[in-house]
Design a binder for this molecule. Structure first.
Ligand code: HEC
Ligand code: HEC
Length: 292
């Protein structure tokens, strides 16, 4: 009896050790960021392409070149409601004083400065594909944005999702920083792939998710359903029969070929895409045409 009990305790301890090992927060490679100096003017482009203000600007504020990233927007999900935090340069309530490595760990690995996992409502699984220099440029731009003193709001998430450690299991299952389109055969397609899959995280809204909130990469850009937003259309080539120039025009102006205008969450995406160069929008269109 005592031997069986000891065996159970032993197996239990092994199980816990495996859980803690497998779900531990893993950051980015510090060497990738060691000697980088950010260029704020290029950071502006990265900031628009990555759509940080779409989630972190205060609810219902107008977009500007220097938005106040006070947070406060709510994101309902099947697991609870997330509140975007203050990421303005205030050291108390925002992220002022963070090192580049701390910033990169948050944006690319979903790990906080004190070593906790972030919820994937923050699309770090897409940003994981960003180039380190772009992360440094982005930070140097954001460091100069106006300060907000609003404290971040706690999330409203139930058990067991309120235990951040469990997100380590989620990352093991679903975080995947391999390109979806594996062969980008020209610089234009490579650029489009970088914008769609990494910076502009189009797949976060346009790709369906499984019951645990993981993206179904096999149904890439095939349309989805978002709580609070409703149906998000498919934008893969078979289902969106617009010419590449129509797609680029839509991303610039929000007008469809039928002269409807973009609504819902796409409004902010269009505001951001309108800030990019025409060739960036064309490369996004060229990429979409390659997705079956
Ligand atoms: C789709 C909405 C969304 C987008 C887009 C987004 N974020 Fe966030 N972000 C969130 C949410 C939600 C959290 C809270 C995550 C958590 O607490 O686990 C968060 C958390 C953060 C944090 C951690 C803040 C803290 O106090 O610990 C940082 C830093 C951050 N985001 C930076 C960025 C940057 C930089 C971008 C653009 C590259 C960006 N975010 C784009 C939703 C978003
Ligand atoms: C935050 C969620 C979100 C993100 C990110 C997003 N979209 Fe959308 N997109 C939507 C929604 C919602 C609609 C529907 C808009 C409407 O009803 O007017 C839409 C509509 C579209 C349409 C029009 C399709 C049609 O049939 O009318 C295109 C094209 C499109 N998105 C492309 C993109 C591209 C390219 C990206 C990345 C650069 C992107 N979207 C990122 C939510 C998003």
């Amino acid at each position: 009896m005592a031997r069986i009990l000891r065996l159970f305790i032993f197996v239990g301890i092994l199980g816990l050790a495996a859980f803690f090992y497998l779900t531990r927060p893993v950051g980015v490679d510090p060497d990738d960021f060691a000697n980088l100096v950010g260029d704020p003017s290029h950071g502006t482009q990265v900031f628009h392409a990555a759509g940080c203000a779409s989630c972190h600007a205060a609810p219902k504020t107008d977009f500007s070149d220097h938005p106040i990233l006070s947070g406060g927007q709510k994101f309902p999900s099947p697991f609870g409601t997330f509140n975007a935090p203050n990421i303005s340069p205030d050291p108390q309530n925002g992220i002022g004083g963070w090192t580049l490595l701390e910033f990169a760990n948050a944006v690319q690995a979903g790990v906080s400065p004190d070593g906790a996992h972030y919820y994937p409502a923050f699309p770090y699984t897409a940003y994981a594909k960003m180039r380190p220099q772009d992360v440094a440029d982005l930070k140097s731009f954001m460091d100069a944005l106006p300060i907000s003193y609003s404290p971040s709001l706690p999330h409203d998430v139930g058990f067991p999702f309120n235990i951040r450690r469990t997100l380590g299991g989620w990352k093991l299952l679903f975080a995947n920083s391999d390109w979806v389109l594996t062969n980008a055969e020209s610089p234009e397609i490579e650029r489009g792939r970088y914008l769609v899959e990494a910076l502009a995280h189009c797949g976060e809204c346009h790709t369906p998710r499984n019951a645990l909130g993981g993206l179904k990469r096999g149904d890439w850009l095939q349309g989805a359903f978002i709580p609070g937003e409703g149906k998000v259309p498919a934008i893969a080539s078979g289902q969106l029969d617009w010419a590449p120039s129509d797609i680029a025009y839509y991303l610039e102006t929000g007008f469809t070929p039928e002269f409807d205008s973009a609504g819902g969450a796409m409004t902010h995406v269009v505001e951001n895409m309108g800030q990019l160069s025409a060739s960036d929008r064309e490369s996004i269109a060229a990429y979409l045409k390659l997705i079956p």
